[in-house]
Design a protein. Structure first.
Length: 269
């Protein structure tokens, strides 16, 4: 009887092992199939249109795509695909699943590498610089309306962004407070600066350092303004109906405006 029971137990254990092995084999096959599908998806071609807006005297432009992991490159001559004011619009396509960087060549000049992915619509080529470009917008700049604030100087301070001269490789996206001085346009009340790329927030201010404030010099600024790349080509104006608030203590000569609005900029306004 004991031998009979032992035999049954052995059979049950043997069947359990077979079932487990079969299950593991199925899981392994499923896993391999999923991995193969993922690899196939990664290798699928995903074309994205690269746009470059350039002056009409720029001549032919070639885009050179780069995969920074493999070193693979591809040079593609860009095609003229329209005009925008005094500029030509050039386009070509690249595979964002294959390349992650790109630079442009025209004449004997070549820019530095910039990001290439589905989130970037293009670049504006101006005076040997590559600036972020949004189709149909004034390329590469953000603006500030000083018509009511009447600050002697206008500065912009941001964090987490990136802006650079793509040919000299000189960055200008790191700055201590109060930031970068903005350019006054034709002796008007409108100021502009090359738009940062990918930053998280921006402050417009009157260009006074914290040390000067602590010594009693009057200063004005906005509070932190949320920023994203969709604001390229727009102008910011403070809402003067909302009174600014003074900082406490020795910084009381600094006042912050908490309200304002972005709107589309037009040189004709």
């Amino acid at each position: 009887m004991k031998k009979f029971i032992s035999g049954i137990l052995c059979a049950v254990i043997f069947l359990s092992i077979l079932t487990a092995c079969a299950g593991n084999s199925g899981t392994s096959g499923s896993s391999k199939a999923q991995n193969s599908a993922a690899a196939a998806k990664t290798n699928e071609q995903k074309l994205h249109t690269l746009t470059v807006c350039a002056a009409k005297d720029a001549g032919d432009i070639t885009a050179v795509f780069l995969n920074t992991s493999t070193g693979k490159t591809a040079a593609v001559k860009m095609k003229k695909n329209g005009e925008q004011g005094a500029n030509n619009i050039f386009t070509c396509q690249g595979d964002v699943n294959l390349y992650n960087m790109v630079h442009v060549k025209f004449g004997e000049k070549s820019s530095m590498d910039v990001a290439f992915n589905s989130f970037i619509s293009g670049w504006y080529l101006k005076k040997d610089e590559l600036l972020p470009y949004i189709t149909g917008k004034e390329p590469g700049y953000i603006y500030y309306d000083n018509s009511e604030t009447k600050w002697d100087k206008v500065y912009a301070y941001w964090w987490g962004g990136m802006a650079f001269n793509s040919f000299t490789k000189e960055p200008y996206y790191f700055s201590e407070w109060p930031g970068f001085q903005m350019e006054r346009i034709d002796n008007s009340d409108i100021y502009r600066i090359k738009a940062p790329w990918g930053n998280q927030g921006i402050i417009f201010d009157s260009g006074v350092t914290d040390r000067e404030v602590s010594e009693g010099k009057e200063a004005f600024q906005t509070t932190d303004i949320p920023y994203n790349n969709d604001l390229i080509g727009k102008i910011y104006k403070i809402d003067m109906s909302v009174e600014p608030k003074a900082d406490p203590g020795v910084m009381k000569s600094k006042r912050r405006y908490s309200a304002g609005n972005w709107s589309d900029y037009s040189a004709e306004k």
